[in-house]
Write a protein that binds this ligand. Structure first.
Ligand code: ADP
Ligand code: MG
Ligand code: MG
Length: 907
């Protein structure tokens, strides 16, 4: 800890600067920086955030002892700058007390204005300003804020109104006026005494009359607010360490409530919603503090252009606009010019979009805050690309300006912004897969298909989804489930499909028998319209119009730029030609994971699959597999065509066989009928296949090793498809991947089947094609012996979903019961299925990569788990030197940007 705790800022001396946010907080550091730039800022002092820790650990007395003399010196500095004295009754210096931490943080203490006023000073202020109304308005505001924020006078219950506002309303009602600007001095004086009485009666304490008591009370209240529940929760949610603390700013007041030549406002240097380079903002005449955002009066626009746009939206005639809501540009043209100059200077200085707060006191402009503006994903992209073009920032900075995950907002259809405002939200679930969707409710996957075939748009509503619902999910506009988390089947599959999904909407009761869902007592039937926002988790009643994403323009430019900086290649996980096309459009340079089992569910294939599973012997299995062969071959041809010239990694069959069989009696009976078998036969076979822990059971290469004919059929389908494509002038780049390998012998056994099948096909066709055989590294043992496997395998693809599951000993399907607690208690910092556990699982990846390279220098290394689309994981994969990541098609742009950022940040 340093031994300086107070930093002053003002025209004649400024001790802080923008790069001192750790100590001064964002607000304090930027106030100092603005002073350094020669911008007019009311002088003040900032108490370092380090003092906050002293307060938390040792309390108010220790703080006072530590900083009292520095605060006195600081106040003396401000007094000199302003030519007024704090606590002087005749011409009082008034101050605001403002909190401000390193990261901007809602939930912290509200600002207190006009501190230093009391029964004597209000008279002095009246005499000095010649404006009694102003003096008493300031005084009543001060008591109200101080009473609430520092003294803690809150509504008695959450249903109650703010007791101060109740008094104001009573007085206004008695006078028959609507706005507080219409109140007279006598009313304000009355208000002051009512406020004080309220405090006395409710708290049993007097409102402090001594300005120094007021000041110390406010300073301690700021420190205290760092530990309030709201602030703590916000920090937890946003990974802000408790140890940062908040700084306190004590700043001399400027007054926007001095009459018609005064006012206060907020502005943005660009449009924070669209990113358009247009100065914009709002202000109020004769107002103070947060009046603009509080919505007490309708604020006016700053620019004439903005004012005209506003009038059009608000349906205000040009005449009314000019007379009742003129822009600052029209009303105070000189101030407007100064503000314009200042906003330009600030943006040029910070080289980023700014969000600024200002006050006009009797024709003089004062800046009170500037900070980097919060913005939408679209605005991030547009502003970054335009600032690059304007020469304000360089390419690397432009790339770092966009948060990869926020690109999500640009890739999927979205609701019309106006329409969603008037839509009725009926339920809230998890934002499982982004996008906006509107459609008619159906409760069954096959019915979804039927309805869509008839040209309808549907939302599939299920208690939870299973692999049997895949086809229904594929045709639905969106998916709503009552159960399941962010990694539930519905969520994972929907993200893979780039399909809007809201999962785990607990208040939705689904009754598939009755074909209804009930929410909050209201029943929705099959065919009723609902709309889902997969980015927020909101479920709306009825049809909310959506519009498509636009991927050209600035977005395209950003992607081009990312391409030039990144080292990691980005592939996609795609199982169908359609997915492959989407992925290619988004810039994927290959398929890192094509899951063949997804093809098994399509159309009538499931019948042949089931036939294969039910076969008594190899001959029976071969007969069923022969039916699947042409279908699989056709699928692979489609994918090779879509990915002409780009590598396609095809994974051999992976899931346990029982996933392809029905588990309830109705469906088993139906299947028995279809296959000409008895219900008991089906039931027995399903029971046979039952496993206590299927994820660790008969799956992956274990299937191919026990039933080599399955691998044989798949290898044949792949090689034949590749030869067929080659004959048509297409260039397939085939990579065959063996799943769940733990020992090199498993790999060798399967590789042998693949290679000899390929030789057989080559001989039959009198043609050959190059292909690679590699493996997934997804069991801890596989990672441990990666050097022995690497001698045989031509590539590794890290299956980080299974690898995480097995390394942590967490079942992905059962984490819902404990992971929330684990995250809350900090057992793990993040959901290890969303962002790779770098210290544990990551170590296995790093080690296996090294081992693989040690035996095969050019071994191709990639990742195909969900982590392949997570920016923090991508940074890790870049650092350990992998060649590519593979993710769902809709995350490809996110991964490309994240890969570029990783390359820039790890230089
Ligand atoms: P927040 O962190 O919520 O933005 P601020 O500390 O910026 O809170 O204060 C809110 C508003 O109070 C400011 O935008 C400004 O209008 C007003 N305000 C704060 N300090 C002063 C001051 N010294 N003089 C005039 N107005 C002030
Ligand atoms: Mg502010
Ligand atoms: Mg796996």
């Amino acid at each position: 800890m340093s031994n300086k705790f107070v930093y002053v800022f003002g025209p004649s001396k400024t001790e802080g600067a923008a790069d001192m946010k750790d100590r001064l907080g964002g607000k304090g550091a930027n106030l100092a920086e603005m002073c350094r730039l020669g911008i007019s800022v009311p002088p003040g002092l900032t108490i370092s955030a380090e003092v906050c820790t002293v307060y938390t650990e040792q309390g108010a007395d220790a703080v006072r002892k530590l900083i009292e003399s520095e605060v006195l010196q600081g106040v003396a500095f401000v007094e000199k700058e302003m030519g007024k004295k704090f606590g002087d009754a005749a011409d009082p210096l008034l101050v605001s007390v403002r909190s401000g931490s390193r990261a901007s943080m809602p939930g912290m203490m509200d600002t207190i204005l006009n501190l230093g006023l009391n029964d004597e000073a209000v008279v002095g202020l009246t005499n000095k300003s010649g404006n009694e109304r102003f003096a008493w308005d300031s005084y009543r505001r001060f008591i109200q804020m101080y009473g609430d924020v520092v003294m803690g006078l809150k509504p008695e219950s959450k249903e109650d109104h703010d007791p101060f506002e109740v008094i104001i309303d009573e007085i206004k009602e008695k006078k028959g006026v609507e706005l507080d600007t219409q109140l007279e001095v006598a009313d304000l004086k009355h208000m002051v005494s009512e406020f004080k009485a309220l405090i006395r009666n409710r708290l049993g304490r007097e409102f402090p009359n001594n300005p120094w008591d007021q000041l110390w009370g406010a300073i301690m209240a700021v420190f205290q607010s760092w530990d309030n529940d709201r602030a703590k929760l916000y920090r937890k949610m946003n990974d802000i360490p408790d140890s940062w603390g908040t700084a306190v700013n004590v700043q001399s007041m400027v007054f926007g409530n001095l009459g018609d030549h005064s006012g206060t406002g907020v502005a943005f240097t660009r449009d924070a919603a669209s990113g358009e380079d247009i100065f914009n903002g709002e202000f109020l005449v004769n107002a103070q503090g947060e009046d603009v955002v509080a919505g007490i009066r309708t604020p006016q626009q700053i620019t004439l252009e903005g004012s005209r746009r506003w009038a059009q939206l608000a349906q205000v005639s040009e005449e009314d606009r000019r007379s009742k809501f003129p822009s600052l540009e029209e009303l105070m043209p000189e101030i407007y010019q100064q503000l314009l100059k200042t906003e330009t200077a600030l943006e040029n200085h910070y080289k980023d979009m700014q969000d600024i707060e200002f006050t006009i006191q009797e024709g003089k402009l004062w800046m009170l805050q500037t900070r980097s503006a919060k913005r939408t994903g679209a605005a991030m992209v547009r502003a970054a690309m335009e600032m690059l073009q304007q020469g304000l920032i360089d390419e690397k900075t432009a790339l770092l300006r966009v948060t990869p995950d926020r690109l999500n907002e640009l890739l999927h259809p979205v609701f019309d912004r106006q329409a969603v405002k008037s839509a009725r939200s009926i339920a809230h679930g998890l934002p499982a897969s982004p996008g906006a969707a509107t459609g008619q409710i159906v409760f069954f996957a096959d019915e979804a298909e039927e309805w869509v075939a008839k040209g309808k748009t549907v939302i599939l509503v299920r208690q939870e989804t299973s692999p049997e619902d895949l086809r229904g999910m594929a045709v639905a506009k969106g998916i709503l489930t009552a159960r399941g988390g962010m990694t539930s089947h519905a969520a994972v599959v929907a993200r893979g499909m780039g399909k809007c999904c809201v999962s785990g909407a607990g208040s939705v009761r689904v009754d598939p028998k009755a074909r209804t869902m009930t929410v909050g007592g209201k029943v929705y039937k099959e065919g009723d319209w609902v709309s889902l926002d997969g980015s927020t988790g909101q479920v709306y009643e009825g049809q909310v119009p959506t519009k498509d994403a636009d991927l050209s323009g600035d977005f395209g430019k950003l992607m081009e730029l990312a391409e030039r900086y990144k080292r990691l290649a980005v592939r996609a996980n795609a199982d169908t030609p359609e997915d492959a096309r989407v992925a290619r459009n988004f810039g994927a340079v290959g398929i890192g994971l094509c899951r063949t089992e997804h093809m098994f569910f399509e159309g009538d294939r499931i019948k042949s699959v089931r036939e294969m599973i039910l076969a008594q012997d190899e001959a029976g299995r071969r007969k069923a597999l022969a039916k699947l062969l042409p279908m699989q071959r056709g699928d692979f041809e489609g994918i090779f065509k879509a990915m002409d010239g780009l590598p396609v990694t095809i994974r051999l069959l992976d899931p346990p066989l029982h996933e392809f069989l029905p588990h309830d009696e109705t469906n088993q009976r139906e299947m028995a009928k279809e296959m000409g078998l008895s219900y008991e036969e089906i039931k027995n076979r399903v029971d046979d296949l039952h496993e206590a822990n299927p994820m660790m059971g008969h799956r992956g290469c274990r299937l191919g090793i026990t039933y080599p004919e399955i691998t044989e059929m798949q290898a044949r389908a792949i090689i034949e498809a590749a030869l067929n494509c080659k004959a048509q002038g297409i260039n397939p780049k085939v990579e065959i991947m063996i799943p769940l390998v733990g020992t090199v012998r498993e790999f060798n056994a399967q590789a042998k089947v693949i290679r000899s099948t390929a030789e057989a096909v080559f001989a039959e066709r009198k043609a050959t094609i190059d292909f690679m055989v590699g493996t997934m590294i997804e069991t801890p043992r596989g990672a441990l012996v990666a050097d022995s496997i690497g001698k045989q395998a031509e590539f590794f693809s890290f299956g980080t979903n299974d690898l995480t599951q097995m390394t942590l000993g967490f079942s992905r399907d059962d984490i819902g019961k404990f992971l929330p607690v684990y995250l809350k208690d900090g057992m793990y910092e993040q959901d290890p299925f969303q962002s790779i556990d770098q210290k544990g699982v990551g170590q296995l990846v790093q080690m296996a990569a090294q081992k693989g390279r040690s035996v095969r220098a050019n071994i191709k290394l990639g990742v195909c788990g969900e982590h392949g689309g997570d920016p923090a994981s991508i940074d890790f994969f870049h650092r350990v030197g992998l060649d590519y990541v593979s993710c769902s098609p809709f995350r490809v742009p996110i991964a490309r940007l994240a890969a570029a950022q990783a390359a820039i940040s790890n230089k």
